[in-house]
Design a protein around this ligand. Sequence first.
Ligand code: PEP
Ligand code: MN
Length: 337
Amino acid sequence: MIVVMDRNYTSNDVERVVSYIKEKNLEVTISKGKDSCIIGILGNTSTLDLQELYRIKSVKDIKKIKEPFKKSNRLFHPEDTIININGNKIGGGNLGIIAGPCAVENEEQIVEIAKKVKLSGANFLRGGAFKPRTSPYSFQGLELDGLKLMQIAKQETGLSIVSELMSISYLDEFIELVDVIQIGARNMQNYDLLKQVGKTGKPIILKRGLSSTIEEWLLSAEHIMAGGNENVILCERGIRTFETYTRNTLDLSAIPVVKKYSHLPVIVDPSHGTGSSEYVESMSMAATVAGCDGLMIEVHNNPAQALSDGQQSVTPEQFDEIMKKINLLQQVKCNFR
Ligand code: PEP
Ligand code: MN
């Protein structure tokens, strides 16, 4: 449920609403916008006397939220959430560019890629150290050594780093070594993992599950936010369909749909979304035009020899071309606003 305050509200009016709700042992969220204030109520609202609430000065409207996700719901927080990671913003029209290999392989590889993607305009370096591989016989990642190599690449370039956490047992190391924790598609419904990262203040990239609906995805974000961590970035990475000419079906319609229902930033991963490096440029461009808040692109200095996902990794030179087009599209988009 939300309480919408009149535009002439005072902090005293808000305080009266908040204390009334707290008296009923319900959780309250406050979202102040340019000329509005929305007070969100979480819990069993049947104990509230709405007439009493309406009697408080400046209370304009009280509405039930029909969607099951609340804190991530745009009605709870009408303005876009902007997440600032070491000075790089994602959301609200700020495009975050995350690039790097599927997996960290060695120091030379990660440092070379980091330097190149930075020159092309990336602001985050991605690199998997713990890899969720379909086959147990495929390369599983360098684990903690991989995170340490990411740190070296960060020191060399200043890029913030993104890496996937698969198990709670490494949470402390991730809090120390990583700027943004990625929760992979396969773990989107690992609710225990979501709850644990929800207790940290770390920005989280939450990938859409392989066959998850948008509502299930937003409810997973809600699990993180319910623990107090509101720094959630949603990542569309394609879903399973009957199509076989692409690895997944990249659902670009998820961008406007998520933006309608949620205030959280939504980024797009065209690499896993298509599974083929030749489609990464067109899907990156399409996602930018559709209004995404960022891109996550797999880049490898030698895709043919990559230990994972080489077929969908672009070279640093191809990434540079993509970035030139993305920058142009960003400028054109400004003219349409
Ligand atoms: C990845 O980003 O390397 C990855 C494994 O992605 P996803 O969880 O989307 O499959
Ligand atoms: Mn990958």
